[in-house]
Design a binder for this molecule. Structure first.
Ligand code: NAD
Length: 425
């Protein structure tokens, strides 16, 4: 039997996955989705937990826990990153796989949703130890991953090198090179041009597009970016190159505000040299709260989940929020911002640039033919903005938030595939 209500209530009370379901529920209600389909879509297709015994460089044996959740396959193979982090749990991986399902559908990719992880601290592991953990992780998943089954990618704590070890292990077992088993690989073994920049580029494309609709001149538009890693720093660079004024940036060391405009190239050079913005003198040092509430036209949260909460939502002065991070806004904060008329481009659209170019990488690997960077960027812009416009039009038509509209578009596409395929039972 599916959809046992007591279990669902218990999950919602305590878990990240339970929180994630809140946005789904709102859209499912508007779509008048029948209870059976809702039950299927709020249950992961497959959750895998396994032990990863490995040898430390000292010769000692240790055991970590590995996970892979394949949430939904209706539109194609599962797709989603692998996280190496001490906080990884089955609940978190399930929530991330759930989000991937809607993200892939919202931008119309032929993928389902998946996510994986290992509960470990990659910063405290040597290169050799990381390689052994990755190879064992990949070997455990041989039967259930593959270009037509489930295609992992990097996420927090994992890198193109880790994808290369995954791909090599898989290929060794299969006795053939299978480049399309993972994306986010180095260029030398079937990675795509433009993949590293893709998420930040998508954030920048959505921001510029929405500013135009809101009648705000992008030249000189004041932008605050929280998080200066892959997504935040590239979004800041591309937006500044497009003429916007980046008035605030931050990383784990704190925030840096400069109403006259931060020199993003100098900040990038500083952060690359010092592996942090700590000590950067191109702006006044402020707290994370002051940064989020700073006077600006656009706020780009690009650090972690749950940054915009009931505690700071009322103080946010930006007119537009573009979610570079996954899940940066809690459902309670989302309602406060909606009441105040703040426009939000939701994560499943705003940060989908990365998975779009991952899709292009998978296509190129299968073709064995690699595109030039301008072609990748042009196709990214087309795929992302076409779907963003569909979402925005639905939001306007129904008088709902773009988040609810994005979920509605995504759920509708997954459900259409499920209805056509039927439920094999
Ligand atoms: P990253 O590790 O490269 O960068 C994270 C940045 O956030 C770092 O600058 C870090 O110092 C900063 N940070 C951490 N805690 C902070 C805090 N409390 N206050 C301010 N800054 C803080 O990670 P990333 O790849 O840029 O990912 C950022 C977010 O975007 C994550 O939510 C991730 O899931 C999401 N995302 C990333 C991609 C991608 O392609 N990289 C794709 C989709 C979504």
């Amino acid at each position: 039997m599916i959809g046992e209500e007591p279990m669902s209530i218990a999950i919602r009370d305590v878990s990240v996955f339970g929180d994630a379901i809140a946005y789904f529920d709102e859209a499912a209600e508007l779509l008048k989705l029948e209870p059976g389909l809702r039950a299927i879509l709020t249950h992961p297709s497959r959750q895998i937990i396994f032990s990863i015994p490995f040898q430390r460089d000292t010769g000692e044996l240790e055991v970590y826990t590995g996970y892979r959740v394949q949430y939904n396959f209706a539109r194609g193979p599962a797709k989603g990153g692998i996280r190496f982090h001490p906080g990884v749990t089955l609940d978190e991986v399930t929530a991330l796989a759930f989000w991937m399902t809607w993200k892939c559908a919202a931008v119309d990719l032929p993928f389902g949703g998946g996510k994986g992880g290992v509960t470990c601290e990659p910063e405290r592991l040597s290169r050799g130890e990381l390689e052994r953990i990755t190879r064992r992780y990949a070997a455990e998943l041989i039967e259930v991953t593959g270009p037509d089954k489930d295609v992992p990618a990097p996420d927090v704590g994992t890198t193109p090198q880790i994808m290369a070890w995954f791909m090599d292990t898989y290929s060794m077992h299969r006795r053939e090179t299978v480049a399309g088993v993972v994306t986010g690989k180095p260029l030398e073994i079937g990675g795509s041009r433009g993949r590293v920049e893709a998420t930040g580029r998508g954030v920048s494309l959505c921001t510029l597009d929405q500013l135009a609709v809101m009648g705000i001149d992008s030249r000189g538009a004041r932008i605050v970016v929280q998080g200066f890693g892959n997504v935040g720093s590239i979004a800041a660079r591309l937006l500044s190159e497009a003429g916007c004024r980046i008035v605030g940036i931050s990383d784990v060391s704190g925030g840096y505000l400069n109403p006259g405009g931060i020199d993003v190239a100098a900040a990038l050079a500083y952060s690359q040299e010092h592996h942090s913005l700590d000590g950067f003198r191109g702006g006044e040092r402020v707290s994370n709260t002051m940064l989020i509430e700073a006077d600006s036209d656009v706020l780009v949260p690009a650090a972690l989940e749950k940054q915009i909460t009931i505690d700071n939502a009322a103080g946010i002065r930006a007119k537009l929020i573009v979610e570079g991070a996954n899940g940066p806004t809690t459902p309670e904060a989302d309602h406060i911002l909606a009441q105040r008329g703040v426009v939000i481009i939701p994560d499943i659209i705003a940060n989908a640039g990365g998975v779009i170019v991952s899709y292009f990488e998978w296509v190129q690997d299968r073709q064995g033919y690699f595109w030039k960077e301008p072609e990748v960027n042009e196709r990214l812009s087309d795929q992302l903005l076409t779907n963003f416009h569909i979402v925005r039009e639905l939001a306007t038509l129904r008088g709902i938030s773009m988040r609810t509209a994005a979920y509605m578009v995504a759920i509708d596409r997954v459900v259409a595939a499920m209805r056509i395929r039927g439920v094999y039972a």
